[in-house]
Write a protein that binds this ligand. Sequence first.
Ligand code: GDP
Length: 340
Amino acid sequence: MKRALITGVNGQDGSYLAELLLEKGYKVYGLMRRKSKVDYGNVEHLKNEIEFIYGDMTDPISLINAMRVSQADEVYNLAAQSFVGTSWEQPIATAQIDALGVTNILEAIRTVKPKAKFYQASTSEMFGLVQEIPQKETTPFYPRSPYGVAKLYGHWITKNYRESYNMFACSGILFNHESERRGKEFVTRKITDAVARIKLGVQDRLELGNMEAKRDWGHAEDYVKAMWLMLQQDNPDDYVVASGETHKVREFVELAFKHVGIEIEWIGEGVDEKGIDKKTGKVVVSVNPKFFRPAEVDILLGDPSKAKEKLGWKREISFEELVKRMVEADLRRVKEEVNF
Ligand code: GDP
């Protein structure tokens, strides 16, 4: 039986990856931070199948312990301060977790089980102010947030440990991947949650920042398969994982509303722009500059050719299907919450 250790197991990606590995017959260990109230997050439904180990990415001793206890053959480092917005408010914590945390886990592997395979969750945010469209493995990086900068360190230290110590260490440069389990601070889930609430009459309006930003959005369930595939190859390498399509935040908004039968008409410009429900004339979307970022990533578009050729990976869930799934899940959840 193969053994896997997942850091960030109770996050969005951790939960889908845990499901995939359990299905494949792995023994799954999950690193958990101790809190005053136990929080299984997205793996509540798997709490009896996963072996939890308490630890923290900023505590090297706890990671050595996690490696000793799990004796993992494969380590997936998905733990992070993962929200770009927060990285301006907590730049040091973001660096300690997302940058130095990677060295901590790599050292723990090197100390306890140097033959273990390692997956690092790198990110399209490393491309930031994009130097090329579409972005591929060879595109120069230009991060635009403390999050992107910290993740770039994590990316390079992974490569460096592969080259320095011959470790089986891979980075997946994953473009935005969302799902019904995405945190509500991210724009996609913020939109689908608001659309469900507005449809059900428990919220009036959705306030957003920059709707011109373009992202390459896929479904997390597809993307965790690429993580696993990377560790099944003969040689370690880095791969871009993306849908190969880009859409404006505005398009996501329009599609999500359309799914509940609301057609949006835009009036005004800049911070005064409003999205109107065509049928009722009510304002359902407006701009709040509080959601603008100090430095923005205007466009992300990934070229997943290498992952397709070498890993045989391709995404199954389209952009339209992603939006539909997220809206429907939020409709169901909000209905339950408000007891319809
Ligand atoms: P990111 O790509 O990891 O930063 O993912 P997010 O979902 O947080 O943001 C995606 C894009 O949506 C960024 O360009 C944001 O500036 C833009 N955006 C516009 N309005 C909002 C908002 O209200 N919340 C968030 N999180 N992002 C917003």
